[in-house]
Write a protein that binds this ligand. Sequence first.
Ligand SMILES: [Zn+2]
Length: 115
Amino acid sequence: MSIDTEAFRRRMNDELQRIAETLAQAKCASSIVELDQSAVGRVSRIDALQQQAMAQSMLERLHTRERQIDAALTRIDNGRFGLCCACESDLEPDRLNADPATVCCKDCAEKRVPH
Ligand SMILES: [Zn+2]
């Protein structure tokens, strides 16, 4: 089975582009929160802090996703894309289609997640 790595590369580059746009927008939004804080009362300030915390965790998720995609693009470059990072067998095509940045096969993913 061969994988159309170029299609995955395009897909992941598109996603990186969207993440960059979202991050740029989020930066604008968080500077607005800071401005509001000095001007509003206590309840609104709590709201603003909660919004800021939510924005913060969203930013962290986006940064994590960025790193996952970067790593997957690197795997395309060095010819290891589509291989499980743990057992090195071929990844299931439906797993790759669901998430091109997937790093391990179904079996290894299940072994790894005892959380
Ligand atoms: Zn595996």
